[in-house]
Design a protein around this ligand. Sequence first.
Ligand code: MN
Length: 736
Amino acid sequence: MKPSTIAFETLLEQLPETYTPADRELVMKAYAVAEEAHREQKRHSGEPYINHCIAVASILAELKVPAEVIAAGLLHDTVEDTSVTLADIRRDFGDTVRLLVDGVTKLTHLPRVSHDAKDVGKGNGADEKVIQPTSLGRKEDMVSETLRKMFLAMSENVDVMLIKLADRLHNIRTLGHMPEHKQKRIAQETLDIFAPLANRLGIWQLKWELEDLSFRYINPEKYKEIVGQLAERRPDRERTLEEIKDKLIKLLEKNNIKAEISGRPKHIYSIYKKMRDKDRTFNMVYDVRAVRLIVPDVPSCYAALGLIHTSWRPIQGEFDDYIAAPKDNFYQSLHTAVKYDDKRPLEVQIRTPEMHLSAEYGIAAHWRYKEGGKQTDKNFEKHINSLRSMMEWRTDVKDAAEFVESMQSDVFKDRVYIQTPRGDIIDLPSGSTPIDFAYHVHTDIGHRCRGAKVNGKLVPLYQELKTNDSVEILTAKRGGPSRDWVNPSLGLVKTQRARSKIKVWFKKQEDEQNLAQGRATLERELQRLGIKETNFENLAHNLEYKTTDELFIALGAADLSISKVIKQFAEAEEIKDILEPNAPATSDKKSSGIEVVGLKGMLANMAKCCAPMPGDEIVGFVTRGRGVTVHRHDCPNILKIQDRERFLKVDWGHAERTYPIPIAIKAYDRQGLMVDVSKLLADENINITNVSVNINRSIADLRLMIEVRDLTQLSKILNRIENLPNVMEARRTNPG
Ligand code: MN
């Protein structure tokens, strides 16, 4: 038998006993497809690629996940690395498996945009996706983007996450075969991201192995040192622990409590972390003996605790009741520490078998209790919902690096438990401040937070909250957050949840300001150009804004320039005929110059009374004997006319021609003003056909007739004139 066949036989034996024949069938079929697809591929170690797939499935089998998840584990690299397609998988395995494989494939897809045959080509079997810098951005950006996608996927489908974690665990188990320069990076990423993720899902079994194996590559010297010390001290330690266990068992039996007692294995990385964080020596960390009691039910937990506390003196501050107040990853236990016979500390954890499984397998404990009843199903739901609420901000944060930081601040951090004045308990990431707390209670309380009392005393808003703190927020009647709150160097706000809400508040304020300013800018410009009636909705629509508010906000925020709006005016293809909205259009073709709809070739004159120009809304008026005269639709002469039969719908053509437009310039008189104005017009190739100047108490009133092409050019020229020294105003006036 081939080694991979033996490995698969072992997997079959590991499958949960609860599997039906159909479940086992599904797993076998998945193996057959994966084995064939990966047949020619090898891993870095030289072994067949399929061994990796079997190993991933086997890690999943240990979690007792449903058969579909095991099948997806076997198939997890087929779509990415072989000719198998998602359609094939749907046909052979159904929608659930397809969804899972698709989810895992999507998580790994991004870094593969740059296919480098040497690193990721088919057949070399490196499962670690090699991340190459590409035109999409820097390496770090792509790593962050992958992680962002992963966390989003996590909040959608936990099974996808489990497969990904199993995949990573096997990769880190076999990291020794990877090129050295990749080992450290992969190990660091595992320690920073995957282990905290396993922790958040409560899967301690995955977490400790991910941590210890990563640590081995990140700090090999320290790792070896601790392993050596552990081996040296083990026999001695095991003897002491046996004594303690005997004593405890006797004590409990005498009081009719059945208990299973085990020494608690200490993991290498957790020993290292304690040494580093609490600045302790190996002996100080290692010498703390720790035992775990598993008793049948919750009353027995407290009974055992009472017995232990009356037999040995409890150490102050070491008692935690995680049964009454479970940790945020739903961990439950009683924790205490006592001074043992030899006056040295002994740590004790007490829990029920159900709590124990949940402590080891976290979210995955769900399947071990499948038959167990509704309670765990409810916990499973609660667990998933709490993950989602921790990531409430997830769709707001688009920047990948910020997203990963937010995961680290809001999701991976340990939690602290804070009391509200009403006695409710709220859990927050450790390091949270009163402002974070306020936003967690209610967005509006966050906005109006002005001070805080912790345990009855006023504290500064940057004070970090601790478990059991009782917090009362002092609020203003109205008002909003301070800009300082989002200044990272002040440390006033630590959670992304609060940051997101503060940003939304400021965005809304800005929107309101920008809206007012944008509207004022546009109205002023329209007035200056002599445009009286405007359909803002059409304008917004033509400029591709959903609402007029959006148009004004864009203008106010300078995302849209006023000249672009004016250009849109000038180019508007359809200028609404407000005089005859129902007039049938008999021709919609445009010719050069002015077209008079339905009366092609008829003579058209520009009315002298209102001097219309392209961009203005216009109307044709049939004169007696002089053809059609074109007026601005708001020309006072036109508005007076009752005889609607004589109006015609007219439109502007596209030909180059100019229109005489009267403008007025108001300025503090100075030498050379007129020279500057005429030079400016000459630069723009604009003719001046008439000039008059009036000076009254050193205010100059210049009246010019200029020949311009359209509104855009007029707007531009008025702007430039207004920017000349001493000029107060330049605007279009009415003729005459
Ligand atoms: Mn893989």
